[in-house]
Design a protein. Sequence first.
Lengths: 441, 166
Amino acid sequence: MRMIDGRFFAGAVTLFMWFALAATARAQGLDVDINKGQIDPLPIAITAFVGTSPESAQSGADIAGVIANNLGRSGYFRPLPPESFIEQITNFDQEPRFGDWRQIQAKALVTGQTTMEGGRLKAQFILWDTGSQQKLAGFEFTTSPKNWRRLGHLISDKIYQAMTGVPGYFDTRVVFVAESGPKDKRVKKLSIMDQDGFNVRAISDGKQLVLTPRFSPNSLEITYMAFGSGSPRVYLYNIETGQREIVGEFPNMSFSPRFSPDGQRVIMSLQDGGAANLFVMDLRSRQMQQLTNTDAINTAPSYSPDGSQIAFEVGGDNSQQIFVMNADGSNPRRISSGGGRYATPVWSPDGRYIAFTKQGGGRFAIGVMNPDGSGERLLTEGFHNEGPTWAPNSRVIMFFRDEPGESGGPRLYSVDVSGYNEQLIKTPTFASDPAWSPLLN
Amino acid sequence: MLRMSAGFKAVALCFCFLALAACSKKNTANLEDENGLGRAAMAGSEQQFKTEVGDTVFYLVDQSTLTPEGQETLRRQAAWLKQYSDVAIQVEGHADERGTREYNIALSARRATTTRQFLISQGIEASRISSIAYGKERPAALCDAEQCYSQNRRSVTVITSGAKTS
Protein backbone atom coordinates (compact mmCIF):
# COMPACT_ATOMS: atom_id res chain seq x y z
CA MET A 1 0.00 0.00 0.00
CA ARG A 2 0.98 3.59 -0.45
CA MET A 3 2.82 5.01 2.51
CA ILE A 4 1.18 8.05 3.97
CA ASP A 5 3.35 10.42 5.89
CA GLY A 6 3.56 14.07 6.79
CA ARG A 7 2.42 16.43 9.48
CA PHE A 8 -1.28 15.93 9.13
CA PHE A 9 -1.32 12.25 8.40
CA ALA A 10 1.13 11.94 11.29
CA GLY A 11 3.02 8.77 10.76
CA ALA A 12 2.91 6.02 8.22
CA VAL A 13 0.55 3.13 8.53
CA THR A 14 1.90 -0.19 7.47
CA LEU A 15 -0.26 -3.10 6.49
CA PHE A 16 0.52 -6.75 6.18
CA MET A 17 -1.95 -9.16 4.74
CA TRP A 18 -2.52 -11.83 7.31
CA PHE A 19 -4.87 -13.87 5.25
CA ALA A 20 -7.73 -12.67 3.14
CA LEU A 21 -10.30 -15.25 2.34
CA ALA A 22 -13.21 -13.07 1.34
CA ALA A 23 -13.85 -15.33 -1.63
CA THR A 24 -14.54 -18.17 0.77
CA ALA A 25 -17.11 -16.11 2.62
CA ARG A 26 -18.92 -15.25 -0.57
CA ALA A 27 -18.88 -18.84 -1.75
CA GLN A 28 -20.49 -19.89 1.51
CA GLY A 29 -23.30 -17.38 1.24
CA LEU A 30 -22.41 -15.35 4.30
CA ASP A 31 -21.76 -12.28 2.20
CA VAL A 32 -23.90 -9.21 2.61
CA ASP A 33 -25.68 -8.13 -0.57
CA ILE A 34 -25.53 -4.36 -0.56
CA ASN A 35 -27.43 -3.99 -3.82
CA LYS A 36 -30.73 -5.00 -2.32
CA GLY A 37 -31.46 -1.69 -0.64
CA GLN A 38 -32.89 -2.28 2.79
CA ILE A 39 -31.46 -5.49 4.15
CA ASP A 40 -31.36 -7.32 7.44
CA PRO A 41 -28.14 -6.16 9.01
CA LEU A 42 -25.73 -9.01 9.71
CA PRO A 43 -25.31 -9.78 13.43
CA ILE A 44 -21.60 -9.47 14.20
CA ALA A 45 -19.69 -9.76 17.48
CA ILE A 46 -16.73 -7.39 17.74
CA THR A 47 -14.64 -8.27 20.77
CA ALA A 48 -12.25 -5.92 22.55
CA PHE A 49 -8.80 -6.50 21.07
CA VAL A 50 -6.61 -8.35 23.56
CA GLY A 51 -3.86 -6.06 24.81
CA THR A 52 -0.42 -7.38 25.58
CA SER A 53 0.12 -4.44 27.99
CA PRO A 54 -2.23 -2.11 29.93
CA GLU A 55 -1.67 0.66 27.37
CA SER A 56 -2.35 -1.53 24.36
CA ALA A 57 -5.34 -3.12 26.14
CA GLN A 58 -7.00 0.30 26.36
CA SER A 59 -6.29 0.90 22.67
CA GLY A 60 -7.64 -2.57 21.92
CA ALA A 61 -10.97 -1.81 23.57
CA ASP A 62 -11.14 1.61 21.91
CA ILE A 63 -10.37 0.18 18.46
CA ALA A 64 -13.15 -2.40 18.84
CA GLY A 65 -15.49 0.50 19.69
CA VAL A 66 -14.54 2.38 16.52
CA ILE A 67 -15.13 -0.74 14.41
CA ALA A 68 -18.51 -1.45 16.00
CA ASN A 69 -19.58 2.17 15.48
CA ASN A 70 -18.47 2.19 11.82
CA LEU A 71 -20.07 -1.12 10.91
CA GLY A 72 -23.28 -0.38 12.79
CA ARG A 73 -23.66 3.02 11.14
CA SER A 74 -23.15 1.49 7.68
CA GLY A 75 -26.55 -0.16 8.04
CA TYR A 76 -25.26 -3.54 6.82
CA PHE A 77 -24.11 -4.88 10.19
CA ARG A 78 -25.67 -5.18 13.63
CA PRO A 79 -22.88 -5.22 16.21
CA LEU A 80 -24.05 -7.28 19.19
CA PRO A 81 -23.80 -5.72 22.65
CA PRO A 82 -20.66 -6.91 24.48
CA GLU A 83 -22.82 -7.67 27.56
CA SER A 84 -24.39 -10.51 25.56
CA PHE A 85 -21.04 -12.22 24.87
CA ILE A 86 -20.70 -15.62 26.56
CA GLU A 87 -17.06 -16.22 25.76
CA GLN A 88 -14.58 -13.56 26.83
CA ILE A 89 -11.66 -13.55 24.40
CA THR A 90 -8.42 -13.36 26.39
CA ASN A 91 -6.04 -15.17 24.06
CA PHE A 92 -5.90 -14.06 20.43
CA ASP A 93 -4.01 -17.20 19.39
CA GLN A 94 -6.63 -19.57 20.70
CA GLU A 95 -9.55 -20.53 18.47
CA PRO A 96 -12.88 -19.10 19.68
CA ARG A 97 -15.64 -21.35 21.05
CA PHE A 98 -17.89 -20.96 18.00
CA GLY A 99 -20.91 -22.53 19.70
CA ASP A 100 -20.91 -19.71 22.26
CA TRP A 101 -21.03 -17.16 19.44
CA ARG A 102 -23.69 -18.99 17.45
CA GLN A 103 -25.79 -19.12 20.61
CA ILE A 104 -25.97 -15.33 20.74
CA GLN A 105 -26.83 -15.30 16.99
CA ALA A 106 -23.47 -13.86 15.89
CA LYS A 107 -22.95 -14.82 12.24
CA ALA A 108 -19.52 -13.23 12.18
CA LEU A 109 -16.95 -12.66 14.91
CA VAL A 110 -14.02 -10.26 15.09
CA THR A 111 -11.12 -11.01 17.42
CA GLY A 112 -7.94 -8.98 17.65
CA GLN A 113 -4.78 -8.19 19.51
CA THR A 114 -2.92 -4.93 20.11
CA THR A 115 0.79 -4.78 20.85
CA MET A 116 3.25 -1.95 21.45
CA GLU A 117 6.38 -2.50 19.34
CA GLY A 118 9.20 0.04 19.49
CA GLY A 119 6.86 2.89 20.36
CA ARG A 120 4.39 1.93 17.64
CA LEU A 121 0.99 0.34 18.00
CA LYS A 122 0.28 -2.89 16.13
CA ALA A 123 -3.25 -4.21 15.69
CA GLN A 124 -3.97 -7.69 14.33
CA PHE A 125 -7.43 -9.05 13.72
CA ILE A 126 -9.30 -12.07 12.40
CA LEU A 127 -12.81 -12.07 10.96
CA TRP A 128 -14.46 -15.44 11.62
CA ASP A 129 -17.50 -17.13 10.12
CA THR A 130 -19.09 -18.67 13.21
CA GLY A 131 -21.04 -21.16 11.08
CA SER A 132 -18.23 -22.66 9.03
CA GLN A 133 -15.72 -21.83 11.81
CA GLN A 134 -13.37 -20.45 9.16
CA LYS A 135 -11.28 -17.32 8.94
CA LEU A 136 -12.72 -14.87 6.40
CA ALA A 137 -10.05 -12.21 6.67
CA GLY A 138 -7.09 -11.24 8.78
CA PHE A 139 -4.66 -8.36 8.62
CA GLU A 140 -2.25 -6.47 10.80
CA PHE A 141 -1.64 -2.73 10.80
CA THR A 142 0.99 -0.69 12.61
CA THR A 143 0.97 3.04 13.30
CA SER A 144 1.77 5.72 15.85
CA PRO A 145 -0.28 5.15 19.05
CA LYS A 146 -2.00 8.53 18.66
CA ASN A 147 -3.40 7.30 15.33
CA TRP A 148 -5.25 4.43 17.01
CA ARG A 149 -8.59 5.48 15.55
CA ARG A 150 -7.18 5.02 12.08
CA LEU A 151 -6.42 1.39 12.90
CA GLY A 152 -10.12 1.00 13.71
CA HIS A 153 -11.07 2.55 10.37
CA LEU A 154 -8.62 0.43 8.36
CA ILE A 155 -9.87 -2.77 10.02
CA SER A 156 -13.49 -1.67 9.48
CA ASP A 157 -12.74 -1.30 5.76
CA LYS A 158 -11.27 -4.81 5.60
CA ILE A 159 -14.30 -6.33 7.35
CA TYR A 160 -16.77 -4.37 5.20
CA GLN A 161 -15.00 -5.45 2.01
CA ALA A 162 -14.73 -9.09 3.10
CA MET A 163 -18.44 -9.27 3.88
CA THR A 164 -19.90 -7.13 1.07
CA GLY A 165 -17.38 -7.53 -1.73
CA VAL A 166 -17.34 -3.73 -2.06
CA PRO A 167 -14.48 -1.54 -0.79
CA GLY A 168 -15.18 0.28 2.47
CA TYR A 169 -15.18 4.03 3.12
CA PHE A 170 -14.20 4.29 6.77
CA ASP A 171 -10.54 5.34 6.45
CA THR A 172 -11.57 8.68 5.01
CA ARG A 173 -11.95 12.28 6.10
CA VAL A 174 -14.52 14.96 5.49
CA VAL A 175 -13.72 18.62 4.97
CA PHE A 176 -16.61 20.89 5.92
CA VAL A 177 -17.52 24.34 7.21
CA ALA A 178 -17.96 24.57 10.99
CA GLU A 179 -20.48 27.28 11.84
CA SER A 180 -20.91 29.29 15.04
CA GLY A 181 -22.51 32.56 16.08
CA PRO A 182 -25.88 34.09 15.18
CA LYS A 183 -27.46 33.38 11.80
CA ASP A 184 -26.92 36.89 10.43
CA LYS A 185 -23.23 36.99 11.45
CA ARG A 186 -22.16 33.37 11.18
CA VAL A 187 -18.52 32.60 11.81
CA LYS A 188 -17.42 29.90 9.39
CA LYS A 189 -14.25 27.84 9.73
CA LEU A 190 -12.82 25.27 7.37
CA SER A 191 -12.58 22.04 9.31
CA ILE A 192 -11.49 18.46 8.76
CA MET A 193 -12.69 15.38 10.61
CA ASP A 194 -12.75 11.60 10.31
CA GLN A 195 -15.85 10.40 8.42
CA ASP A 196 -17.47 9.38 11.72
CA GLY A 197 -17.29 12.92 13.15
CA PHE A 198 -14.24 12.41 15.38
CA ASN A 199 -10.89 14.24 15.32
CA VAL A 200 -12.40 17.56 14.23
CA ARG A 201 -9.69 20.09 13.45
CA ALA A 202 -10.20 23.70 12.28
CA ILE A 203 -7.88 24.79 9.48
CA SER A 204 -9.03 28.41 9.23
CA ASP A 205 -9.50 30.97 11.97
CA GLY A 206 -13.01 32.19 11.14
CA LYS A 207 -12.00 35.76 10.31
CA GLN A 208 -12.82 35.19 6.67
CA LEU A 209 -16.09 33.80 5.40
CA VAL A 210 -15.27 30.45 3.77
CA LEU A 211 -17.53 28.26 1.62
CA THR A 212 -17.63 25.06 -0.48
CA PRO A 213 -14.34 23.27 0.37
CA ARG A 214 -13.42 20.24 -1.80
CA PHE A 215 -10.62 17.68 -1.47
CA SER A 216 -8.00 17.05 -4.13
CA PRO A 217 -7.87 13.44 -5.38
CA ASN A 218 -4.81 12.72 -3.19
CA SER A 219 -6.55 14.26 -0.13
CA LEU A 220 -3.59 16.56 0.51
CA GLU A 221 -5.10 19.79 -0.79
CA ILE A 222 -8.38 21.61 -0.48
CA THR A 223 -9.89 24.15 -2.84
CA TYR A 224 -12.53 26.51 -1.47
CA MET A 225 -14.01 30.00 -1.75
CA ALA A 226 -13.12 32.73 0.74
CA PHE A 227 -14.07 36.37 1.28
CA GLY A 228 -10.84 38.31 1.82
CA SER A 229 -9.92 41.76 0.65
CA GLY A 230 -11.47 42.69 -2.67
CA SER A 231 -13.60 40.18 -4.52
CA PRO A 232 -14.23 36.76 -2.99
CA ARG A 233 -11.93 34.20 -4.57
CA VAL A 234 -11.05 30.57 -4.99
CA TYR A 235 -8.11 29.39 -2.87
CA LEU A 236 -5.94 26.30 -2.55
CA TYR A 237 -4.89 25.06 0.87
CA ASN A 238 -2.16 22.49 1.40
CA ILE A 239 -3.03 20.33 4.40
CA GLU A 240 0.54 19.17 4.99
CA THR A 241 2.24 22.56 4.85
CA GLY A 242 -0.66 24.82 5.87
CA GLN A 243 0.14 27.02 2.88
CA ARG A 244 -2.64 28.85 1.16
CA GLU A 245 -2.71 30.48 -2.26
CA ILE A 246 -5.16 32.26 -4.53
CA VAL A 247 -6.07 30.37 -7.70
CA GLY A 248 -5.62 33.11 -10.30
CA GLU A 249 -6.13 36.87 -10.24
CA PHE A 250 -9.38 37.76 -11.91
CA PRO A 251 -11.18 41.12 -12.19
CA ASN A 252 -14.28 39.73 -10.46
CA MET A 253 -15.36 37.05 -8.05
CA SER A 254 -14.29 33.40 -8.55
CA PHE A 255 -16.30 30.68 -6.80
CA SER A 256 -17.61 27.10 -6.74
CA PRO A 257 -14.26 25.33 -7.30
CA ARG A 258 -13.61 21.61 -7.69
CA PHE A 259 -10.57 19.56 -8.68
CA SER A 260 -10.36 17.54 -11.88
CA PRO A 261 -10.07 13.78 -11.25
CA ASP A 262 -6.33 13.85 -12.04
CA GLY A 263 -5.79 16.70 -9.57
CA GLN A 264 -4.00 18.80 -12.20
CA ARG A 265 -6.76 21.35 -12.72
CA VAL A 266 -9.35 23.35 -10.81
CA ILE A 267 -12.68 24.10 -12.45
CA MET A 268 -14.66 27.08 -11.13
CA SER A 269 -17.12 29.85 -11.92
CA LEU A 270 -15.97 33.37 -12.73
CA GLN A 271 -18.42 36.23 -12.39
CA ASP A 272 -18.66 38.81 -15.15
CA GLY A 273 -21.38 41.35 -14.43
CA GLY A 274 -24.60 39.38 -14.06
CA ALA A 275 -23.20 36.28 -15.75
CA ALA A 276 -21.18 33.44 -14.27
CA ASN A 277 -19.23 31.16 -16.59
CA LEU A 278 -17.12 28.05 -16.10
CA PHE A 279 -13.36 28.12 -16.50
CA VAL A 280 -10.69 25.53 -15.81
CA MET A 281 -7.18 26.40 -14.67
CA ASP A 282 -4.22 24.11 -15.19
CA LEU A 283 -2.41 24.29 -11.84
CA ARG A 284 1.06 23.84 -13.37
CA SER A 285 0.93 26.19 -16.35
CA ARG A 286 -1.72 28.50 -14.80
CA GLN A 287 -3.40 28.56 -18.19
CA MET A 288 -7.12 29.26 -18.12
CA GLN A 289 -9.60 27.74 -20.51
CA GLN A 290 -13.13 29.11 -20.80
CA LEU A 291 -15.75 26.34 -21.03
CA THR A 292 -19.07 28.21 -21.13
CA ASN A 293 -19.85 31.61 -22.55
CA THR A 294 -23.43 32.64 -21.89
CA ASP A 295 -25.31 35.36 -20.00
CA ALA A 296 -26.71 32.77 -17.59
CA ILE A 297 -25.48 31.49 -14.23
CA ASN A 298 -23.17 28.54 -15.00
CA THR A 299 -21.90 27.07 -11.75
CA ALA A 300 -21.43 24.03 -9.44
CA PRO A 301 -19.28 22.03 -11.90
CA SER A 302 -18.31 18.39 -11.22
CA TYR A 303 -16.21 16.15 -13.46
CA SER A 304 -17.13 12.60 -14.40
CA PRO A 305 -14.56 10.25 -12.77
CA ASP A 306 -12.83 9.64 -16.13
CA GLY A 307 -12.50 13.40 -16.65
CA SER A 308 -14.25 13.35 -20.02
CA GLN A 309 -17.44 15.17 -19.01
CA ILE A 310 -18.64 17.90 -16.68
CA ALA A 311 -22.00 18.16 -14.93
CA PHE A 312 -23.00 21.69 -13.91
CA GLU A 313 -25.87 23.99 -13.09
CA VAL A 314 -27.40 26.47 -15.51
CA GLY A 315 -29.76 29.03 -14.04
CA GLY A 316 -31.18 32.49 -13.86
CA ASP A 317 -34.63 34.07 -13.72
CA ASN A 318 -36.72 31.23 -12.31
CA SER A 319 -34.90 28.28 -13.78
CA GLN A 320 -32.12 26.11 -12.45
CA GLN A 321 -31.25 22.84 -14.21
CA ILE A 322 -28.43 20.32 -14.47
CA PHE A 323 -26.50 20.13 -17.73
CA VAL A 324 -23.69 17.84 -18.89
CA MET A 325 -21.06 18.86 -21.43
CA ASN A 326 -17.80 17.49 -22.74
CA ALA A 327 -14.72 18.48 -20.77
CA ASP A 328 -13.73 20.98 -23.49
CA GLY A 329 -17.09 22.74 -23.17
CA SER A 330 -18.63 21.25 -26.30
CA ASN A 331 -22.07 19.65 -26.61
CA PRO A 332 -23.81 21.01 -23.50
CA ARG A 333 -27.19 19.34 -22.96
CA ARG A 334 -29.76 19.55 -20.21
CA ILE A 335 -30.24 16.28 -18.32
CA SER A 336 -32.66 17.21 -15.50
CA SER A 337 -36.25 17.02 -16.65
CA GLY A 338 -38.61 16.83 -13.66
CA GLY A 339 -40.53 19.74 -12.17
CA GLY A 340 -38.66 22.01 -9.77
CA ARG A 341 -35.10 23.27 -9.63
CA TYR A 342 -31.99 21.10 -9.80
CA ALA A 343 -28.67 22.11 -8.28
CA THR A 344 -25.24 20.97 -7.01
CA PRO A 345 -24.66 17.98 -9.33
CA VAL A 346 -21.90 15.66 -8.11
CA TRP A 347 -20.73 12.68 -10.14
CA SER A 348 -20.35 9.43 -8.16
CA PRO A 349 -16.80 8.02 -8.00
CA ASP A 350 -17.93 4.92 -9.93
CA GLY A 351 -19.50 7.10 -12.65
CA ARG A 352 -22.95 5.53 -12.35
CA TYR A 353 -24.89 8.41 -10.80
CA ILE A 354 -25.11 12.15 -10.46
CA ALA A 355 -26.28 13.26 -7.00
CA PHE A 356 -28.11 16.58 -6.76
CA THR A 357 -30.15 18.98 -4.63
CA LYS A 358 -33.74 19.39 -5.83
CA GLN A 359 -35.87 22.33 -4.80
CA GLY A 360 -39.62 22.49 -5.20
CA GLY A 361 -42.74 23.46 -3.30
CA GLY A 362 -40.65 25.19 -0.67
CA ARG A 363 -38.76 21.97 0.14
CA PHE A 364 -35.28 20.64 -0.59
CA ALA A 365 -34.42 17.04 -1.44
CA ILE A 366 -31.24 15.09 -2.11
CA GLY A 367 -31.48 12.68 -5.03
CA VAL A 368 -29.56 10.71 -7.63
CA MET A 369 -30.07 10.29 -11.38
CA ASN A 370 -28.23 8.50 -14.14
CA PRO A 371 -25.75 10.66 -16.08
CA ASP A 372 -28.23 10.82 -18.98
CA GLY A 373 -30.89 12.24 -16.64
CA SER A 374 -33.00 9.07 -16.44
CA GLY A 375 -33.81 7.12 -13.29
CA GLU A 376 -34.24 10.09 -10.93
CA ARG A 377 -34.69 8.94 -7.33
CA LEU A 378 -35.00 11.12 -4.20
CA LEU A 379 -33.17 9.82 -1.11
CA THR A 380 -34.27 12.34 1.50
CA GLU A 381 -36.54 15.37 1.52
CA GLY A 382 -37.52 18.12 3.94
CA PHE A 383 -37.30 21.80 4.86
CA HIS A 384 -33.74 22.16 3.63
CA ASN A 385 -31.30 19.48 2.46
CA GLU A 386 -28.36 20.55 0.31
CA GLY A 387 -24.90 19.79 -1.00
CA PRO A 388 -24.43 16.01 -1.53
CA THR A 389 -20.95 14.44 -1.50
CA TRP A 390 -20.08 10.80 -2.22
CA ALA A 391 -18.23 8.25 -0.13
CA PRO A 392 -15.38 6.83 -2.23
CA ASN A 393 -17.25 3.53 -2.71
CA SER A 394 -20.28 5.34 -4.24
CA ARG A 395 -22.60 3.71 -1.68
CA VAL A 396 -23.14 6.54 0.80
CA ILE A 397 -23.95 10.23 0.34
CA MET A 398 -23.29 12.92 2.94
CA PHE A 399 -25.13 16.26 2.83
CA PHE A 400 -26.21 19.05 5.16
CA ARG A 401 -29.66 19.68 6.55
CA ASP A 402 -30.63 23.11 7.82
CA GLU A 403 -33.27 23.73 10.45
CA PRO A 404 -35.67 26.67 10.46
CA GLY A 405 -35.74 29.25 13.21
CA GLU A 406 -33.35 31.86 14.53
CA SER A 407 -31.44 29.37 16.65
CA GLY A 408 -31.51 26.62 14.02
CA GLY A 409 -28.56 25.66 11.90
CA PRO A 410 -27.14 23.07 9.56
CA ARG A 411 -25.94 19.59 10.51
CA LEU A 412 -24.33 16.82 8.52
CA TYR A 413 -26.16 13.61 7.63
CA SER A 414 -25.37 10.55 5.59
CA VAL A 415 -27.78 8.34 3.68
CA ASP A 416 -27.34 5.12 1.75
CA VAL A 417 -27.68 5.48 -2.02
CA SER A 418 -30.70 3.18 -1.63
CA GLY A 419 -32.36 5.92 0.43
CA TYR A 420 -32.20 3.92 3.65
CA ASN A 421 -30.14 4.31 6.78
CA GLU A 422 -30.05 8.06 7.33
CA GLN A 423 -27.49 8.94 10.00
CA LEU A 424 -26.59 12.19 11.78
CA ILE A 425 -22.86 12.88 11.93
CA LYS A 426 -22.42 14.51 15.30
CA THR A 427 -20.21 17.59 15.17
CA PRO A 428 -19.30 20.01 17.97
CA THR A 429 -20.89 22.96 16.14
CA PHE A 430 -23.31 23.47 13.28
CA ALA A 431 -21.75 22.17 10.06
CA SER A 432 -22.33 22.59 6.32
CA ASP A 433 -20.76 22.06 2.88
CA PRO A 434 -19.27 18.59 3.50
CA ALA A 435 -16.87 17.03 0.97
CA TRP A 436 -15.73 13.44 1.36
CA SER A 437 -12.09 12.50 0.76
CA PRO A 438 -11.03 9.45 -1.25
CA LEU A 439 -9.77 6.45 0.77
CA LEU A 440 -6.60 7.53 2.55
CA ASN A 441 -4.81 4.18 2.40
CA MET B 1 -3.59 41.48 17.19
CA LEU B 2 -6.61 40.88 14.99
CA ARG B 3 -5.36 40.57 11.48
CA MET B 4 -8.27 41.83 9.45
CA SER B 5 -8.34 42.21 5.73
CA ALA B 6 -9.26 45.60 4.32
CA GLY B 7 -12.59 44.27 3.11
CA PHE B 8 -13.49 42.95 6.49
CA LYS B 9 -12.41 46.16 8.16
CA ALA B 10 -14.85 47.97 5.93
CA VAL B 11 -17.61 45.54 6.79
CA ALA B 12 -16.81 45.65 10.50
CA LEU B 13 -16.67 49.43 10.38
CA CYS B 14 -20.01 49.46 8.68
CA PHE B 15 -21.53 47.24 11.36
CA CYS B 16 -20.34 49.79 13.92
CA PHE B 17 -21.89 52.60 11.95
CA LEU B 18 -25.13 50.70 11.64
CA ALA B 19 -25.20 50.21 15.40
CA LEU B 20 -24.49 53.89 15.99
CA ALA B 21 -27.08 54.89 13.45
CA ALA B 22 -29.67 52.71 15.14
CA CYS B 23 -28.94 54.34 18.51
CA SER B 24 -29.01 57.85 17.07
CA LYS B 25 -32.28 57.16 15.41
CA LYS B 26 -33.78 55.95 18.63
CA ASN B 27 -32.57 59.04 20.49
CA THR B 28 -33.98 61.27 17.81
CA ALA B 29 -37.32 59.57 18.10
CA ASN B 30 -37.27 60.07 21.86
CA LEU B 31 -36.48 63.76 21.47
CA GLU B 32 -39.39 64.06 19.10
CA ASP B 33 -41.65 62.40 21.60
CA GLU B 34 -40.51 64.56 24.46
CA ASN B 35 -40.13 67.91 22.77
CA GLY B 36 -42.34 67.59 19.77
CA LEU B 37 -39.39 68.70 17.69
CA GLY B 38 -37.96 66.83 14.73
CA ARG B 39 -34.19 66.56 14.38
CA ALA B 40 -32.98 65.68 10.91
CA ALA B 41 -29.88 63.56 10.33
CA MET B 42 -26.77 65.58 9.47
CA ALA B 43 -26.57 66.41 5.78
CA GLY B 44 -24.14 64.18 3.91
CA SER B 45 -23.89 61.67 6.76
CA GLU B 46 -24.24 57.93 6.55
CA GLN B 47 -27.23 58.24 8.86
CA GLN B 48 -28.94 60.58 6.43
CA PHE B 49 -28.24 58.21 3.56
CA LYS B 50 -29.74 55.31 5.45
CA THR B 51 -32.76 56.99 6.99
CA GLU B 52 -33.73 59.66 4.46
CA VAL B 53 -32.49 58.21 1.16
CA GLY B 54 -32.75 54.49 1.82
CA ASP B 55 -29.82 52.13 1.39
CA THR B 56 -31.71 48.93 0.50
CA VAL B 57 -33.43 47.77 -2.67
CA PHE B 58 -35.55 44.62 -2.60
CA TYR B 59 -35.80 42.00 -5.33
CA LEU B 60 -38.49 39.42 -6.16
CA VAL B 61 -37.88 35.67 -5.86
CA ASP B 62 -35.01 34.59 -8.14
CA GLN B 63 -35.16 37.96 -9.93
CA SER B 64 -32.44 40.47 -10.56
CA THR B 65 -34.52 43.12 -12.28
CA LEU B 66 -35.53 46.25 -10.40
CA THR B 67 -39.06 46.90 -9.21
CA PRO B 68 -40.49 50.44 -9.67
CA GLU B 69 -39.93 51.00 -5.94
CA GLY B 70 -36.34 49.82 -6.30
CA GLN B 71 -35.75 52.24 -9.16
CA GLU B 72 -37.20 55.06 -7.06
CA THR B 73 -34.84 54.26 -4.17
CA LEU B 74 -31.85 54.13 -6.51
CA ARG B 75 -32.78 57.50 -8.10
CA ARG B 76 -32.75 59.01 -4.61
CA GLN B 77 -29.40 57.32 -3.93
CA ALA B 78 -27.98 58.68 -7.18
CA ALA B 79 -29.20 62.21 -6.41
CA TRP B 80 -27.63 62.08 -2.95
CA LEU B 81 -24.37 60.63 -4.31
CA LYS B 82 -24.20 63.47 -6.86
CA GLN B 83 -24.57 65.96 -4.05
CA TYR B 84 -21.84 64.33 -1.96
CA SER B 85 -19.32 63.51 -4.62
CA ASP B 86 -16.57 62.43 -2.21
CA VAL B 87 -18.61 59.44 -1.14
CA ALA B 88 -17.57 56.00 -2.39
CA ILE B 89 -19.90 53.04 -2.05
CA GLN B 90 -19.98 49.27 -2.17
CA VAL B 91 -23.14 47.55 -3.37
CA GLU B 92 -23.74 44.31 -1.47
CA GLY B 93 -25.86 41.71 -3.24
CA HIS B 94 -27.84 39.25 -1.11
CA ALA B 95 -30.16 36.30 -1.65
CA ASP B 96 -32.67 34.67 0.66
CA GLU B 97 -31.92 31.32 2.30
CA ARG B 98 -34.24 29.33 0.01
CA GLY B 99 -31.65 28.50 -2.59
CA THR B 100 -28.45 26.51 -2.93
CA ARG B 101 -25.13 28.02 -1.88
CA GLU B 102 -23.32 28.48 -5.19
CA TYR B 103 -26.42 29.56 -7.11
CA ASN B 104 -27.26 32.18 -4.49
CA ILE B 105 -23.74 33.57 -4.68
CA ALA B 106 -24.24 34.06 -8.41
CA LEU B 107 -27.79 35.38 -8.03
CA SER B 108 -26.69 37.95 -5.45
CA ALA B 109 -23.88 39.03 -7.81
CA ARG B 110 -26.55 39.61 -10.47
CA ARG B 111 -28.51 41.82 -8.07
CA ALA B 112 -25.43 43.81 -7.07
CA THR B 113 -24.63 44.25 -10.76
CA THR B 114 -28.16 45.47 -11.55
CA THR B 115 -28.06 48.00 -8.72
CA ARG B 116 -24.58 49.20 -9.64
CA GLN B 117 -25.43 49.57 -13.32
CA PHE B 118 -28.59 51.51 -12.53
CA LEU B 119 -26.60 53.96 -10.41
CA ILE B 120 -24.08 54.32 -13.24
CA SER B 121 -26.95 54.95 -15.68
CA GLN B 122 -28.05 57.76 -13.34
CA GLY B 123 -24.69 59.44 -13.75
CA ILE B 124 -22.63 58.08 -10.86
CA GLU B 125 -19.03 57.34 -11.86
CA ALA B 126 -18.33 53.60 -12.06
CA SER B 127 -15.08 54.14 -10.13
CA ARG B 128 -17.05 55.18 -7.04
CA ILE B 129 -19.02 51.93 -6.92
CA SER B 130 -17.57 48.56 -6.00
CA SER B 131 -19.72 45.49 -5.47
CA ILE B 132 -19.67 42.22 -3.57
CA ALA B 133 -21.93 39.16 -3.55
CA TYR B 134 -22.83 37.56 -0.23
CA GLY B 135 -25.26 34.90 -1.44
CA LYS B 136 -27.36 33.68 1.45
CA GLU B 137 -24.59 34.22 3.99
CA ARG B 138 -25.80 37.47 5.59
CA PRO B 139 -29.58 37.46 6.02
CA ALA B 140 -31.11 40.67 7.42
CA ALA B 141 -34.22 38.99 8.84
CA LEU B 142 -34.27 35.55 10.42
CA CYS B 143 -37.83 34.31 10.79
CA ASP B 144 -37.80 31.58 8.13
CA ALA B 145 -41.01 32.84 6.57
CA GLU B 146 -41.68 34.79 3.39
CA GLN B 147 -41.96 38.03 5.37
CA CYS B 148 -38.27 37.62 6.23
CA TYR B 149 -37.09 36.04 2.97
CA SER B 150 -38.49 39.06 1.12
CA GLN B 151 -36.30 41.34 3.25
CA ASN B 152 -33.23 39.22 2.49
CA ARG B 153 -33.53 39.37 -1.32
CA ARG B 154 -31.84 42.72 -1.54
CA SER B 155 -28.97 44.93 -2.43
CA VAL B 156 -27.57 47.26 0.20
CA THR B 157 -25.60 50.34 -0.74
CA VAL B 158 -22.88 50.73 1.88
CA ILE B 159 -20.81 53.90 2.17
CA THR B 160 -17.14 52.95 2.27
CA SER B 161 -15.64 56.46 2.50
CA GLY B 162 -16.36 60.17 2.15
CA ALA B 163 -19.47 60.56 4.30
CA LYS B 164 -19.67 63.56 6.64
CA THR B 165 -19.19 62.72 10.29
CA SER B 166 -19.16 66.16 11.93
